[in-house]
Design a protein around this ligand. Structure first.
Ligand code: SAM
Ligand code: SF4
Length: 332
């Protein structure tokens, strides 16, 4: 069977699929206050059939892991249908969802039954007012209810992603570690990345992963035992706290890059295959699909696209030159 191997000998096993670039929240590092593409026409987005066809082609080319992301995937009414269809594709052994969890409580059980394996929830603060300010209107109670529902539905693990921002929520690192311990979830602390509407200015709030780890160590008064990295970990480094079951991680896409082991590509909600989060290289799959491309020709198009995957991002070196793109377009 054909495999997806890029020019730097990396095997592509992981596809992140953005199902929408819209969101009901407006986190400052991710969305402009007015949201994105309010006029976006429905037909610009891949429909469930098109997403299924593209994922099937990737599965036949050796991709094993899919993450549905956005924007906010749960605002798409046909998300359960998309999950069901992908869950049935041969070869896909790991189906995950990234969500803000606002609408999760009423969907978690159904999604788990439809084949969703695990879930990542964005949660930058445990203080209701601060949470509402960071997300520009988010409801912390709904998110906490969504996390509990996901656990009850058997989605495992539930991972919490906290973007740590200096002067905004960095005083909650310890509280988030305690939350992980009491709720039985994993927490991953994310460095802000220079993408999104605020562009380079978010880097004023950059809080380095090494400092986060120092704070966590001091707080737990115990060792952080590094866990062997898994193929889908990407830029995440994961640890177990002492001899407990609690796991924490840091994602440092900026201060350390892990491009040499990058095994992922991204599909935007409008059907563009983006080959690197930090570079512009991309290939349109939607238009050929709508012009009637065969399954075999679609696979050839994907194999050729992977040949364009750049060696690495340049967040560090080019930090002032990067053409900032929105995470929501690329499916964070
Ligand atoms: N709406 C879902 C959510 O919030 O989890 C899925 C999409 S969101 C774009 C995916 C992840 O990207 C979130 O964990 C979010 O915190 C992260 N993200 C967005 N912009 C970022 C930035 N500039 N730096 C670091 N992380 C960012
Ligand atoms: Fe929405 Fe997620 Fe972006 Fe926040 S990070 S605005 S929840 S897409």
């Amino acid at each position: 069977m054909a495999e997806l191997i890029d020019p730097f000998n990396r095997r592509i096993k992981y596809l992140r699929v953005s199902v929408t670039d819209k969101c009901n929240y407006r986190c400052g590092y991710c969305m402009p206050p007015e949201g994105v593409h309010p006029e976006g026409r429905h037909t610009e987005y891949l429909d469930a059939d098109e997403i299924e066809r593209i994922v099937r082609a990737f599965a036949e080319l050796g991709v094993r892991k899919i993450r549905l992301t956005g924007g906010e995937p749960l605002i798409r009414k046909d998300l359960p249908q998309i999950v069901r269809r992908i869950g049935r594709i041969d070869g896909i052994i790991d189906l995950a969802l990234s969500t803000n969890a606002h609408h999760l409580a009423r969907h978690a059980r159904q999604l788990a039954e439809d084949g969703l394996d695990r879930i990542n929830v964005s949660l930058d603060s445990l203080k209701p007012e601060r949470f509402a300010a960071i997300t520009r209107g988010g409801d912390l109670n709904k998110v906490l209810g969504g996390i509990e529902a996901a656990q009850r539905a058997g989605l495992n693990p539930v991972k919490i992603n906290m973007v740590v921002m200096k002067g905004t929520n960095d005083d909650e690192i310890e509280a988030m570690v305690d939350f992980a311990r009491t709720q039985g979830v994993e927490v991953r602390f994310i460095e802000t990345m220079p993408i999104g509407p605020a562009g380079i200015s978010v880097m004023d709030q950059h809080y380095p992963a090494e400092q986060i780890l120092k704070r966590v160590r001091a707080h737990v008064g115990d060792e952080l035992i590094p866990l062997a990295s898994r193929s889908h970990d990407g830029p995440a480094r994961n640890f177990r706290i002492g001899d407990s079951d609690t796991k924490i991680g840091v994602i440092s896409a900026v201060s350390q890059h892990f491009c040499e082991t990058c095994n992922r590509v991204r599909l935007t909600a409008r059907g563009v295959l983006a080959l690197c989060l930090g570079q512009e290289d991309s290939v349109n799959l939607r238009d050929p699909l709508r012009e009637g491309i065969s399954d075999e020709a679609l696979k050839v198009l994907i194999v050729d696209a992977i040949k364009k995957k750049p060696e690495r991002h340049h967040f560090n070196e080019n930090i002032h030159n990067i053409e900032f793109r929105q995470m929501v377009n690329l499916g964070g």
